[in-house]
Structures are given as structure tokens and as C-alpha cells.
Ligand binder design. Structure first.
Ligand SMILES: [Zn+2]
Length: 125
């Protein structure tokens, strides 16, 4: 797709809506490979020069998401990609798989999720 100011606004709006539903802080969004390369290296480590290969990348530690607009062919895949990356943010412990895909489908259908709470194990109180 071609990135123009209108599309950019739409994307940021969608990310705002889904972030709310998924109870996650709104991530910083990168929309071009140039922005990925310009970001501090520590933030995009591991998926920096390879980011262009993917529809999207979630940099969980830095609450940063790359949506590869140029590679994304249409609006449906754009929506899928946004929800996919935000599900990574909400369920950081989940790898790709059946459960992950189910959550993406639920997210696309408008489901809300309660905030993620880390489970701490403690031996003392
Ligand atoms: Zn993924």
C-alpha cells in the first residue's frame, strides 16, 4: 500500500482502538523501513535490517511496532497485521500457533482483553 497522511492517520487510529481493547499501552509505531533503520539500534535489535521481509514486527521490550505498509497489499492484511502485532504485545509469552491465531481472530472480531499481569513467584512474603 502507499503510505500517505490519510492512511497514516487511519493506522494510528486503529492502533489506538485495538490497544484500548487489548488493555495495552499504545506502542510507538514505525511505518517505513527507513524509520526502523533510523530508530536507536538497541530498540530494533534482532529485526533491523531484516524488518523489510515481514508485514510487521513487534519489538516487545521497547513497546515498538513496525507495520510494513509498503509490503502490505490491501486493507484486510493491514488490519490482520495490526492485530497480529498488538496480540504479541498483549500476550508476550505466546509463540505463533493455534492459540495465537485464535486470539488474533478474536481480536479482529472486536474482543476485549483484560490487562496482562505478570505472574511473580515468590518464596517470601
Ligand atoms: Zn508474529
Amino acid at each position: 500500500m502507499k503510505l500517505d497522511p490519510e492512511l497514516k492517520l487511519q493506522i494510528l487510529e486503529k492502533i489506538g482502538i485495538y490497544s484500548n481493547r487489548f488493555s495495552i499501552p499504545e506502542p510507538t509505531v514505525l511505518l517505513t523501513t527507513k524509520e526502523v533503520l533510523d530508530a536507536p539500534k538497541g530498540m530494533t535489535e534482532g529485526r533491523r535490517t531484516s524488518a523489510y521481509k515481514y508485514y510487521g514486527v513487534a519489538y516487545l521490550q521497547h513497546n515498538l511496532v513496525f507495520i510494513n505498509i509498503r509490503k502490505i497489499p490491501d486493507e484486510r492484511i493491514l488490519e490482520d497485521t495490526i492485530v497480529h502485532e498488538l496480540i504479541h504485545m498483549r500476550f508476550p509469552y505466546l509463540a505463533h500457533g493455534k492459540r495465537f491465531n485464535r486470539l488474533v481472530r478474536q481480536g479482529l472480531r472486536g474482543k476485549s482483553f483484560l490487562p496482562y499481569r505478570k505472574r511473580y513467584t515468590t518464596s517470601t512474603i
